[in-house]
Design a protein around this ligand. Sequence first.
Ligand code: ADP
Length: 278
Amino acid sequence: MLEIKSIKKAYNRNGEKITPIENIDLKIDRGEFICLLGPSGCGKSTLLNIISGLDNPDSGNIYMNGKKIKGPGKDRIVMFQDSGLFPWLTVKENIEFGLRINNFSDTEIENRVNKYLRMVHLFRFKDSYIHEISGGMRQRAALARALALDSEVLLMDEPFSALDSQTKTLLQQELQKIWWETGKTVIFVTHNVEEAVLLGTRIILMGTNPGRIKREIKVDISIPRKPADRNVRYIQEKIIEELKEEVEKVASKEFDEEWTIEKDTILHSPDNDLGANI
Ligand code: ADP
């Protein structure tokens, strides 16, 4: 369904050339749950923004159902870490908004709003304003807003990374269930190894400088998956081992010299995060 061909993107930062991504080739089938996993700065968001059409590659092309992507489209909806909901509208009005600007009829809007509010278990809070609901509820409202447009692909950029771990676990389970029920194609950016192994049907491991695909891992474990599951842990450990070098590369760029003294303790801790918090 989605074909990413030889994508490259470079930036100039203070005279230094940064190549967030280079030589990215990837084919994604309908219904896959793809996790783009890698340390901070390896170009995951850059790639997601190019797939969404919000950013252009320097070279290469992306095809959706055989057609070249030239900009944002209703077939690819993005959801970010920050819910991006309008604070002056209620939960229900936020979901309605996207449908209104896409010219859906009043009856269709009402049907979709009710359906997706129920799907994310927020129907009871439909008339609440955004400041009245928790961070987890905001992300569920943002998910309902994205789902209501019924796009073929859902692009998610670390949507749960700002949430506490219990809320994150609940939302991961909820998203997986919705993905399973709706058959949507999801492309999900994360720097958290456990999250990728719990959610993905395929994990795309990315390396840094330049950002590229290091390896693809098919996760053939039935869902719902548990963090303590032996197979989940096995894949997780393999990935952490494989990406250690990449995390070190990022850290040596972002840290002072003392980093070399402390890196052993950090790199050998059972941490699942690949650098967004370093
Ligand atoms: P990730 O999502 O993996 O953390 P990003 O795609 O956000 O990585 O960024 C990759 C690299 O590209 C980083 O070094 C970042 O600073 C740089 N970058 C991203 N966007 C821009 C931009 N608009 N201008 C300059 N550099 C950028």
